[in-house]
Design a binder for this molecule. Structure first.
Ligand code: APR
Length: 286
């Protein structure tokens, strides 16, 4: 176990296949709140309590306000050097695959090749129909913040007025279901964000693809970046790597050297600062 950068650089220099598993901490220094810990509250709601199909069925307007806010905030921030370092690693290292739990699209905006990136939990900017019998999806919708009831041009509000609802300091007004976006195909279901909520299945085809990549050769390093590693299956990839004897490298504000096994590394600090330094032998200076 080590937090020795030079020792990590030696391991990196020999590595042919690298897997990264990223979480909300990677986007924290871009200004996006994390889910757990200090950033995990939106208004007085636990973010995780709104990310469920039950919450959407109970109060779709509230859940859309939350996601409208998240889309709005994500569009207003920029990728950081951590995203850029991983994007460069993808460019320089063909044997690199990045699994992200983040739905903010900052990896892509940093130039990360989509072939070397998998969104385990979907994207804030993908939309789908909440009617299970309808398979309508729209990818990469960048309307800010999408929900017509919140749009600045909303007919019964002066431009920008409704957007203030996204300000956590404003009183919440319930949004009538008629003002929420409906599916253009079946016209019955409400549109919902194309993210994976608690209790929902991840995309089977994507998971099979990830397994095939892992099984295609030995993985030399698993980078675990900015995640609390409590949500599966993401957390399971590092566990699998540990049992296969792969070096697991944790990059997290609260990375704990005492929790590492021999051969693992733990680097405590901001991923945006650490990743460029850790990956420099492969990616050069950012
Ligand atoms: N640099 C590195 N790590 C950081 C930073 C930073 N600047 N800021 C915070 N962290 C760490 C925290 O210490 C914490 O361990 O990032 C981690 C963020 O953990 P979570 O908020 O639990 O986020 P994540 O692991 O991505 O959550 C997984 O849970 O709610 C769901 O679907 C949601 O994808 C999300 C999943």
């Amino acid at each position: 176990m080590s937090s020795d950068v030079a020792a990590f650089h030696k391991v990196l220099g020999r590595a042919k296949r690298i897997l990264a598993i990223c979480g909300a901490g990677l986007s924290a220094s871009s200004g996006l709140p994390t889910f757990r810990g200090a950033g995990g509250l939106w208004r007085n709601y636990e973010s995780t309590s709104l990310a469920t199909p039950q919450a959407f069925a109970r109060d779709p307007g509230l859940v859309w306000l939350f996601y409208g806010y998240r889309r709005h905030v994500a569009l207003g921030v920029s990728p950081n050097d951590g995203h850029r370092a991983l994007a460069k690693l993808a460019e320089r290292q063909p044997g690199f695959l990045c699994l992200t739990q983040n739905v903010d699209n900052l990896h892509e905006r940093a130039g990360h090749s989509v072939g070397q990136l998998r969104h385990l939990h979907g994207s804030l900017f993908d939309l789908k129909c909440s009617n299970r019998r309808c398979d309508w999806v729209e990818q990469n919708n960048q309307d800010d913040p999408l929900c017509p009831a919140l749009a600045p041009s909303s007919i019964d509000a002066a431009p920008g007025e409704r957007l203030t609802l996204l300000d956590p300091a404003q009183e919440l007004e319930p949004i009538p279901e008629s003002e929420l976006p409906h599916c253009p195909r079946c016209k019955k279901g409400l549109q919902r964000p194309g993210v994976v909520w608690f209790g929902e299945q991840l995309d089977h085809a994507m998971l099979a693809e990830v397994d095939a990549w892992i099984d295609a050769g030995s993985v030399d390093i698993v980078l675990v970046v900015g995640t609390s590693s409590v949500v599966y299956p993401a957390a399971g990839y590092a566990e699998r790597a540990r049992s296969a004897g792969t070096s697991v490298v944790t990059v997290n504000l609260d990375a704990d050297i005492d929790e590492c096994r021999p051969g693992d590394f733990a680097f405590a600090g901001d991923a945006a600062k650490l990743l460029p330094e850790l990956l420099e032998p492969v990616i050069g200076k950012l």
